[in-house]
Design a protein around this ligand. Structure first.
Ligand code: GDP
Length: 297
């Protein structure tokens, strides 16, 4: 059985917020994620992020950390939610200041609201001569979304994902929002989390990126993820660096699973290897039966 007992309050330690970037196509989601990844805003981290593992962590000047899901757009968000995974703590919604509030902007807003995830607006492309951030804020106000400089409670910041202007301040606002959420997790137990992505690498076998939500994952742990299981042989962070263990809100790519789980699949460390295998094979059997049934109907 997969144990999920309540943590004692004293076992809960602060953890980094997990952020998803959403917004209308071409409004600058990828550019913002790239800018943050390439990190002029980040202090004291040499080497930079070299690996695309589906998520990455950044450290701000004050030492605070933010974990970004590195798949822009609401597809990832909804795919995960559809599988019952709620990993996002805060949604950054990018709106281009030289455009309007577009259908996918509205969609992103309603996804975040439906999930009860606070929104921080990034009003982007302010380096463009035709940018009109106030028009965007007016549009938001008309949707009953009042941003702070319009007297409301919703955080927003004017940025340029191209020049980097305002990005640091945007991240500070994300941290403010995170503080209100008082995010905590127990690092001292068997790890559990959610699969971000997985693929087969010719030389290395199945590589899965996992976002650890509680506990600490260690080399040699026996893992169950969706319909797959296996022993963790190696772990790498987004800098390609080998690590021995990883705690809450850390994205980590692992080697050792016997297949590729799907994004949004739950992941658990199991005490018993045999049990992990049994649950995994039972799940794949159920999945096969289900697909046979859907084919018949
Ligand atoms: P996405 O579809 O939301 O991921 O948008 P992209 O990040 O791919 O950006 C779409 C286009 O807008 C690209 O050509 C970017 O170079 C450009 N772009 C994104 N952010 C900015 C910005 O802050 N300023 C300017 N001038 N162009 C930007």
């Amino acid at each position: 059985t997969i144990e999920e007992h309540e943590d004692a309050p004293e076992d809960l330690k602060p953890r980094a917020p997990i952020v998803t970037v959403m917004g209308h196509v071409d409004h600058g989601k990828t550019s913002l994620l790239d800018y943050v990844r390439e990190a002029n805003v980040i202090a004291g981290e040499s080497g930079g992020i070299t690996q695309h593992i589906g998520a990455y962590g950044v450290t701000l000047e004050g030492g605070q950390k933010i974990t970004f899901l590195d798949t822009p757009g609401h597809e990832a968000f909804t795919a995960m939610r559809a599988r019952g995974a709620q990993v996002t703590d805060i949604a950054v919604i990018v709106v281009a200041a030289d455009d309007d509030i577009m259908p996918q902007t509205k969609e992103a807003i309603s996804h975040a609201q439906a999930a009860g995830v606070p929104i921080v607006f990034a009003i982007n492309k302010i380096d463009r001569p035709t940018a009109n951030p106030e028009k965007i804020k007016d549009g938001l106000a008309q949707m009953n979304l009042l941003v702070e400089d319009w007297g409301g409670k919703i955080q927003s910041h004017d940025i340029s994902a191209k020049t980097g202007e305002g990005v640091k301040e945007l991240l500070e606002k994300v941290l403010l929002e995170a503080e209100l959420l008082e995010l905590k997790a127990n690092p001292d137990k068997l790890a559990l989390g959610t699969v971000v992505e997985a693929f087969l690498d010719k030389g290395r076998g199945y590589v899965s990126t996992i976002l650890i939500q509680a506990g600490t994952l260690k080399i040699g742990d026996y893992v169950l993820a969706g319909t797959h299981s296996g022993k963790v042989k190696a772990m790498h962070d987004e800098r390609g660096k080998e690590v021995q263990e990883a705690g809450p809100a850390t994205p980590i790519s692992i080697l050792g699973l016997d297949g590729a789980p799907q994004a949004g699949d739950k992941f658990n460390v199991m005490e018993d290897e045999r049990e992990a295998k049994q649950i995994a094979s039972k799940r794949s059997q159920l999945q096969r039966e289900q697909s046979v049934r859907t084919q018949r109907h």
